[in-house]
Design a protein around this ligand. Structure first.
Ligand code: ADP
Ligand code: ADP
Ligand code: MG
Length: 454
């Protein structure tokens, strides 16, 4: 469904570092930008960098960044012909994508139909199975009640994971290790999911221990579907990624090709267009991979792939949304060297990673060979308490893993943020850990090995 009309002006319907990232891509492509902001983001870097800015409501995101109708009408009055939703907020909202389509505005992302197929986790599992992509053993779909959940769990074996079909950001899942706890956990998980995502539907899947989180970046113009290799995001805390790298130290050429081909097959099956990510878990012992979910949007950690492939993913998204074909073929995609990203959050690692909003009084961001920083911070900036705590992504590139790790250590030692607590010290410790340096990581590494061993 290529649009004939080229894009001229893009409304950025997001905030923080990703809004800045999108504005940068637009500027390089010669596109004008309109930054949509809430009252709390009036003094943000994105507002300063964009050509224009428009207030879309109060601080609370339900009434601003999640207000679909208001955002579309702001785009129309500002003469924008495209909306980039970034990640989180409305980025995986099929109704919003549809509203854009109906209003004659290019949604920078896949079609509403593709979001519907892949945005719901239970539905996405069905699509993967149809496409012949292995999925974790689990219930065939949503479980209606405790009885159905118990039957599914008995069939697949404990431990199991209860997952919200609408979940995201590492929230909405619970591990259950014994049948006696299932009913109570199911009720609690469903309540939590309704409150957080407006949908309490759950399904059951096998909880796999000792796994890596491996995800494949895909890019499609509707005709050509490419994959840009993998990212290993096994360094997590509470199912939230903290460090991502590419290539994965745990994947060989053959495994990479196999997972990449499966991801491409799945995208073809659902008629996917735009950038997207297929997330899998890979069993460390057997090397088997299982489809977990698809994120039908740009991912927080996309710069890691940009540094090893040289492809500008956000610019490709914008070009595709304007009806242009991809500027490369699969044979042009080569992974060069190694890249690593640390998510620096405004949180206090000494206080259980409690959010630490406040004013950035002094700031020095690192630079030098192989270092990229994506951030919306500046001196005097007040980090508002209403949104997520990501304040900067530091990304390091090196010819090999040792070099990118050494560069990252050096960059973190240079970085200074005064006025708010940050997770820099946590990352510095992690990068000094021998097991991490040997690449022996899995999704429980931070909780079990690193924090447990002290
Ligand atoms: P990524 O999947 O890009 O690696 P995250 O899982 O951290 O990164 O999600 C990116 C952002 O989007 C986070 O701020 C997260 O809270 C938010 N997010 C992701 N999915 C959802 C969802 N279903 N509902 C609300 N927020 C979400
Ligand atoms: P979200 O939408 O929040 O990103 P995901 O389905 O991607 O949810 O899962 C987030 C994380 O939870 C994964 O990266 C992984 O660490 C863990 N996880 C998810 N499913 C399983 C599973 N079946 N077994 C073990 N860990 C899992
Ligand atoms: Mg995920």
């Amino acid at each position: 469904m290529a649009r004939a009309k080229p894009i001229r002006r893009v409304l950025v319907a997001n905030r923080g570092e990703i809004a800045v990232r999108i504005i940068r891509a637009c500027r390089e492509l010669g596109l004008e930008t309109v930054q949509a902001y809430s009252d709390a983001d009036r003094d943000s870097l994105a507002v300063r960098l964009a050509d224009r800015a428009v207030c879309v409501g109060p601080a609370h995101s339900r009434r601003s960044y999640l207000n679909a109708e208001f955002i579309v009408s702001a785009a129309l009055t500002q003469g924008a012909d495209a909306i980039h939703p970034g990640y989180g907020f409305l980025s995986e909202n099929a109704t919003f994508a549809e509203l854009c389509e109906r209003s004659g505005i290019a949604f920078v992302g896949p079609s509403a139909e593709a979001i519907r197929k892949m945005g719901d986790k239970a539905m996405a599992r069905r699509m993967a199975a149809e496409a012949g992509v292995p999925v974790t053993p689990g219930s065939p779909g949503i479980v209606a009640d405790a009885e159905e959940a118990r039957a599914a769990a008995a069939r697949i074996g404990y431990p199991v994971l209860l997952k919200a079909v609408a979940g995201g950001g590492g929230r909405g899942m619970r591990v259950v290790r014994e049948p006696a706890k299932l009913a109570a956990e199911l009720a609690a998980a469903s309540r939590e999911a309704s409150a957080a995502f407006g949908d309490g539907s759950l399904y059951v899947e096998k909880y796999l221990e000792r796994v890596r989180h491996i995800e494949i970046q895909v890019l499609s113009d509707g005709e050509t579907v490419l994959h840009l290799g993998e990212r290993d995001c096994s360094i997590q805390r509470r199912n939230q990624k903290l460090v991502e790298e590419s290539p994965s130290p745990g994947l060989d050429e053959a495994a990479r090709a196999r997972i990449g081909e499966a991801a491409v097959r799945l995208c073809r099956h659902v008629g996917y267009r735009s950038a997207g990510t297929i997330e899998c878990i890979v069993d460390a012992a057997s090397g088997e991979f299982y489809f977990m979910e698809m994120n039908t949007r740009v991912q927080v950690e996309h710069p890691v792939t940009e540094l090893v492939t040289g492809v500008d993913i956000v610019k490709e998204q914008l070009r595709i949304a304007g009806g242009e074909p991809l500027s490369l073929a699969q044979s042009d995609v080569r992974l060069r060297g190694h890249a690593l990203e640390c998510r620096i959050n405004a949180e206090d690692p000494e206080a259980g990673f409690a959010p630490a909003p406040g004013e950035v009084r002094r700031l020095h961001l690192p630079g030098g060979p192989g270092i990229r920083v994506d951030s919306h911070l500046f001196e005097g900036y007040r980090i508002p308490p209403y949104y997520d705590s990501l304040m900067a992504k530091v990304i390091a590139w090196g010819r090999h893993r040792e070099e990118s790790i050494a560069r990252m250590r050096r960059a973190l030692a240079e970085m200074r943020v005064e006025g708010v607590s940050t997770t820099i010290s946590f990352h510095a410790r992690l990068l000094g850990d021998e097991r991490f340096c040997r690449g022996e990581v899995h999704t429980r590494f931070v909780e079990d090995v690193f924090m447990g061993a002290g």
